[in-house]
Structure formats: C-alpha cells, structure tokens
Design a protein around this ligand. Sequence first.
Ligand code: NAP
Ligand code: GLV
Ligand code: GLV
Length: 319
Amino acid sequence: MKPNIFVTRMLPEPSMTKLKTYFNVTINPDDRVLDKHEIIEAIPNQDALLCLLTDTIDNTVIDAGKKLKVISNYAVGFNNIDIKTATARHIPVCITPGILTNATADLTWALILAIARRVVESDKFTREGLFNGWAPNLFLGGDVTGKTLGIVGMGRIGQAVAKRAMGFEMKVVYTSRTDKKISNAQFVSLNELLEVSDFVSLHTPLTSETKHLIDTDQFHRMKKTAYLINTTRGPVVNELALLDALKTNIIAGAGLDVYEKEPLITPGLLALDNVVLLPHIGSATVETRTKMAILAAENAIAILQGQKPHAIANPEVLT
Ligand code: NAP
Ligand code: GLV
Ligand code: GLV
C-alpha cells in the first residue's frame, strides 16, 4: 500500500507525477489558500503533508495529523510551521534552500534598481502619455554604483545579493549572528550598518529575535537618502513605522516583496510613490519554482524511505 500525502495547493510538474509514483496523493482541488480548519479536516489519515508558506501549520494542525511522518514545506523560510511541536512529535520539517537563492537575490536587485531609479513611477508616467521629451529634472533618483549596501542576515541569499554588488562597485557592510569573514564585505553592528548604508537589504529568517528588527529607532538611524529593501518576511519590519518613515522622509524609499500581515498591505503604503510593492515573488521564476517543487517532493519521499532529505529545519529529529 502506498503512503498518503496531502498537498495543500497544486505544484508545477514534474513534481506531481513524481509524488504520484510514491504516494496516494490528495490535492486541494482549488487554486486558493486553504484555511487552517480545512487542513485539519484533511490530514488525520495522511502520512505526509506538502504545504506552502501561506499555510499556518500550528500545533492544532500538527496534532490533527495523527499519522504524520513528514512536513515538507515548499519554501526555504519555515516561520509558518510550529517547529517546536513538530520536533516534540519527531516529525521532520523539510525545506527548499539553495535552489531559490539566485532568483531571490536577482529580485532583490530588481527592487534596489527600481526604487533608486524610480522605474515604476516612470513607467506609469510614460503609459499615461505624460512623456513630452527629455528634461533635466525628470525623475531624478539616487545613484547605485559606488554606494554602500548593508546586508542584514549574511546567509545564502544575503551573500548572493552582496556578490552582485561587486559589479556596481559598491562597498558592502553586513550584520549577522556570526562574522562570516567574507572578503570585500565588512562585518559591523546593526546600528553601524543602518548609519552608513545607502541601501539596507533584509535577509534574516523571521524568528522571535528578528520580529520588528527594523522599527522607528532603526529608521531614525538610517540616512535620509537611504532605501530599505525587504525580500525576507514582512514582520521583520514594523510596517506602520515604515509608513511613517516614508511619509515624513525619514528615509528616501523602500522596495518590498513581503508584508507584515500578508496578503494585507498597510493601506497608506499604496498611496506613496517612494515605495515599490511586489506580491511576494522572490523565487517566482519557472525554473526555480519547478526545481523547488521537485525538491519538496523528493524531501517527503526521502523521509518515508528512511533516507536523508535534501534539507531539514529540525535535524535533531533524525538522530
Ligand atoms: P539562511 O542561509 O539561513 O540565511 C539567513 C541568515 O540570517 C543567516 O546567515 C543568519 O546568520 C542570519 N540571522 C539569523 N538570525 C539573525 C539575527 N537575529 N540577526 C542577524 N542575522 C540573523 O537563509 P536564506 O536561504 O538566505 O533565506 C533567508 C530568508 O529569505 C528565508 O528565511 C525566507 O524568509 C526569505 N526568503 C524570501 C523569499 C521571497 O520570495 N521573497 C524567497 C526565499 C527566501 P548566521 O549565519 O550568522 O546564523
Ligand atoms: C519564500 O518566501 C521562501 O521562503 O521560500
Ligand atoms: C542622455 O540621453 C544623454 O545623451 O545624456
């Protein structure tokens, strides 16, 4: 008899075919996020759960999964899962690191360039038929080349963002829990990073330590000409404090891919020109999402076959 897996939303092929060779697959038939109670109803007989970062997998969900042997998250971030409860139940939580690093770093750079060079505002202006010819003061932005980039959280994606800064002849400073001894990048405190950076880019996971890491005090430490870029998780920034900093020109602008109460966006942000707003598309390329889906499927299969998965958020359960 094949083991059972519940997949909370359709994933790109060939991962679904791969899953079907090993599992009896039940898939959410609708292309929408399930609410927690729908997942609770669906999982009592499941050996595996393949879920998304939009699914809240808290203790009530894990408790409902009486037969659950693996939770495979289709994401590198796993703040949507109650790791403590999963670990107490000896359930491995698998994730998809590495393969989405370049796509997410590229999107971070899209935001850096878009906000500094006012790409979105200019596009709107042009489409509205307002372009009447080159003008000395049309959409003046901020320079990128030669400026200082501050990376908060120098992990896989932080390092990939820093690497791209070399081409822009930027000075790179970073803060992380540990000194990475990276050549061409200087390890500094968060306060120093905020004070010297022209671009502050966030790449820490969301944890109890990083929630509201960037708040009113931090915006006041930043240069008035600086930009904040957030492609990690919304709650790392106090979004109301950000709105205030943008409205009162405490900082020059922001580029966001993620939101504190996603998919809700603090309403005032929508009215501002000095912020670029993307709908959480950091890893959204055909190639990357296809690879992530295969990895998530392989992780679930590996656990049920007693093999090591590609990546696990709670490795202690395997020992
Ligand atoms: P990673 O390799 O684990 O890097 C995270 C880094 O953050 C680590 O280097 C860690 O430092 C540092 N860190 C942790 N807590 C910190 C703290 N309190 N203060 C300062 N630094 C801290 O993870 P990754 O693969 O780069 O992914 C990072 C995050 O990006 C994910 O957790 C996810 O939330 C987000 N993400 C978003 C998208 C998107 O679509 N927008 C796509 C992919 C990922 P140490 O190494 O010193 O411990
Ligand atoms: C995306 O946000 C991820 O964590 O993979
Ligand atoms: C601008 O188009 C220039 O030629 O300087």
